[in-house]
Design a protein around this ligand. Structure first.
Ligand code: MG
Ligand code: MG
Length: 259
């Protein structure tokens, strides 16, 4: 049995989630052709530290940077580098914080300048699959209901779901139980309880579902080198409707990124 979070814990997780959400928006403002992913990392780390938090990815199991910056065919865990973003790329920024002993963890995939209609579709469908997953994360449902909601939506567009990586609970640890796969069968898996806090994070490939691990031991690439998108939000399981702790509103409603 997984212990739900107390309301006090949820408030601390909310504080983290807001810092991460605002950090993603700062990164989004910096995304443009000609910018390196190292620059995005610096923007994020500065913002996180300026808000009294710690970038929790830095040094996590040896990860060398403050954020994951995954470009195009990199699904997750890309190292920020001197790679210069170009028009038509996509870059996902996955960001974690540690603040007051609790964790934040969210991700957004940004278009760089104008992207192709196919790529725009991948971003839109992946993000909507996340919202479908969130809609399924209600007390009394099960983890398989979330995965089924994500998978059935994404696959209906001919996209595929990465199997090797999944969402997770979050709290004092960045990754807690239960694991939250982005595929599954309704009515199966861990029972969802009011107060459980989950990071739901679909990783959706434009082509096939197969991936491989880069020789650097971290970056996960699509086997066919087609694009992959990744969106992640933190939610509280509630009766009737999940409560979102992190949000993309700072990215999408401040007018800095037009959709
Ligand atoms: Mg993440
Ligand atoms: Mg996560």
């Amino acid at each position: 049995m997984i212990k739900p979070k107390t309301e006090e814990e949820i408030e601390l997780l909310r504080e983290n989630a807001i810092i991460v959400s605002k950090t993603l928006a700062e990164v989004g403002k910096a995304v443009a052709p000609g910018v390196t992913t190292n620059t995005l990392c610096k923007v994020a780390e500065t913002f996180i530290r300026d808000h009294g938090a710690i970038p929790s990815f830095l040094g996590f199991e040896g990860f060398p940077a403050a954020i994951c910056a995954s470009v195009n065919d990199v699904v997750v865990h890309g190292f920020p580098s001197d790679y210069v973003l170009k028009e038509g790329d996509i870059v996902s920024a996955d960001i974690g914080t540690l603040y007051k002993g609790y964790n934040g963890d969210s991700c957004y995939t940004f278009p760089v300048g104008e992207v192709s209609p196919e790529t725009r579709k991948l971003l839109d469908v992946t993000k909507e699959s996340l919202y479908r997953g969130i809609a399924a994360a209600v007390a009394g449902a099960r983890v398989g209901d979330i995965g089924y909601a994500v998978q059935s939506y994404a696959e209906s567009f001919g996209f595929s779901v990465v199997r090797e990586l999944e969402g997770h609970g979050i709290g004092r640890e960045m990754h807690e139980n239960p694991g939250v796969p982005n595929y599954g069968r309704p009515g199966r898996g861990t029972h969802l309880v009011d107060g459980m806090v989950l990071c739901i994070e679909p990783m959706i490939n434009a082509g096939g579902k197969a991936v491989y691990l880069d020789r650097n031991g971290w970056a996960v690439h699509t086997a066919d080198h087609k694009n992959s998108a990744h969106f992640e939000l933190t939610v509280v399981v509630r009766k009737g409707r999940a409560e979102q702790l992190s949000t993309f509103d700072f990215i999408e409603k401040d007018g800095t990124i037009k959709f």
